[in-house]
Design a protein. Structure first.
Length: 119
């Protein structure tokens, strides 16, 4: 069972920045090819893809990111690999619960962290 621990959500004005982090209880590398990333869900909407990074370090982003977010891997934490989502120039429509995931043959989800962009 893979555990994911998220942190870094908060409330900021439009144009502000936040950095989300997600530590997995496993590593992903050549011996364990997988990818990690983020989805988000706003009130009344379906969960949507935000960004991912694979074990090679290749990143992909949703179109709405428009260069404002950066996903990367950090140093290995106490549990396992950690990824970050640096979000800049936040907009009110970015308000959502952000969920970290880890995917191999199945997908594991974190509990989510709240991001609020208020005007």
């Amino acid at each position: 069972q893979v555990q994911l621990v998220e942190s870094g959500g908060g409330s900021v004005p439009p144009g502000g920045s936040l950095r989300l982090s997600c530590e997995a209880s496993v590593d992903f590398d050549f011996d364990n090819p997988a990818h990690m990333g983020w989805y988000r869900q706003s009130l009344g909407k379906e969960r949507e893809f935000v960004a991912l990074i694979n074990w090679r370090g290749t990143a992909n982003y949703a179109d709405f990111v428009e260069g404002r977010f950066t996903i990367n891997r950090g140093l290995r934490g106490d549990l396992g690999d950690t990824i970050f989502l640096q979000m800049t120039n936040l907009r009110p429509e970015d308000t959502a619960t952000y969920f970290c995931y880890y995917a191999t043959s199945r997908v594991y989800w974190g509990r989510g962290t709240q991001v609020a962009v208020w005007s």
